[in-house]
Design a protein around this ligand. Structure first.
Ligand code: BDR
Ligand code: CA
Length: 318
């Protein structure tokens, strides 16, 4: 399989990139407005690749705003640069000329085994699907970080990536492309505390030191903003599932995006009523209507120690 990462780096997007580049065949990275403005997240993607010595992966900038909503960012978590907390090297190269949407479409025509990993708002992915609907048949799968089966973070109901561009998420969840969703319900099971930061720092070397400083920055931000003692490492789960599938348990559900609710816009409504076969008995669910046909495999349980072992072992390779 080939992989294209559409992202808004972003501290946890950086971890997704570093994991993917060591273990998977990454054909391109595309950027989208999200954690910070498009120019900032694009510069961050290039800086991460510079730090990691990954000069051969092309970076293409995409949409500078969501399809319908106003652009929104998350400086309270990711800082003014979108990747505050460490000094990163200035990139020696620029993004390629092509727009992210063209890059996604070209990659899907060139490779019949393409998986999109989306760890920011889904604006680029949805725009590509709208521009060229047969893209839905050409993609093997979309693996995304976004949503939640439970509470949100941007609002009580909605997670940041989906909440930034709910219309785009709606296009993606209705597209018919096989989907994997890693929402807050599972990413909050993978929390980096001072212990994990120290473990990464102990690896030594510039990259490990920089990654430790960056995770420490979001850890402190999460403590300040949410009163949490650690930082949930959301985005790398959407990559880790292809490297070590046993780390994250997936369950089939139907997921729809709420677009109109005054309090619930951007919520992922996850139908976990399970499609029962005749005679099925699900404890406590007798008499409950069967769920809608699944359109997504949703991450429900993560092996956090296993994930951190993978992360540390991967960072040690740089
Ligand atoms: C998501 O929002 C961003 O801040 C993170 O990079 C992650 O993709 C978590 O809600
Ligand atoms: Ca992200």
């Amino acid at each position: 399989m080939r992989f294209l990462l559409d992202c808004d780096p972003g501290h946890d997007d950086m971890l997704a990139i570093l994991l993917a580049a060591q273990h998977l065949d990454v054909v391109a990275i595309t950027t989208v407005s999200g954690n910070q403005s498009l120019p900032k997240v694009t510069a961050n993607a290039l800086k991460i690749l510079e730090l990691a010595g990954l000069q051969e992966i092309p970076v293409a900038a995409g949409l500078a705003r969501p399809l319908v909503a106003e652009a929104r960012h998350a400086p309270e978590i990711h800082g003014e640069s979108g990747l505050d907390g460490a000094e990163l090297p200035e990139p020696r190269r620029a993004p390629i000329e092509e727009h992210a949407i063209d890059v996604i479409l070209q990659a899907s025509r060139r490779h019949d085994d393409l998986v999109l990993v989306a760890t920011g708002p889904l604006s680029n992915v949805a725009a590509a699907l709208v521009r060229d609907p047969p893209l839905a048949q050409r993609l093997v799968e979309i693996s995304l970080m976004g949503g939640s089966t439970a509470t949100g973070n941007a609002t009580p109901a909605a997670e940041f990536n989906i909440s930034c561009d709910p219309e785009a998420a709606d296009v993606v969840f209705r597209s018919g492309v096989p989907l994997r969703m890693f929402g807050l319900n599972v990413t909050h099971q993978v929390v980096a505390t001072a212990v994990e930061v120290a473990r990464i720092r102990e690896l030594g070397g510039r990259l490990a030191r920089t990654v430790a400083d960056l995770i420490e920055f979001v850890r402190a931000a999460n403590e300040r903003v949410f009163g949490a003692s650690g930082a949930a490492l959301h985005d790398p789960l959407a990559v880790a599932t292809f490297i070590a599938p046993e780390l994250i348990e997936l369950r089939e559900m139907h997921v729809a995006v709420e677009l109109h609710g005054a309090l619930t816009r951007g919520m992922t409504v996850c139908d976990d009523r399970r499609r029962g076969r005749a005679g099925d008995r699900i404890a406590g669910r007798e008499g409950v209507a069967r769920g809608a046909p699944p359109n997504c495999r949703v991450g429900v349980r993560a092996d956090a120690p296993g994930f951190f072992d993978l992360l540390v072992e991967t960072l040690a390779r740089y």
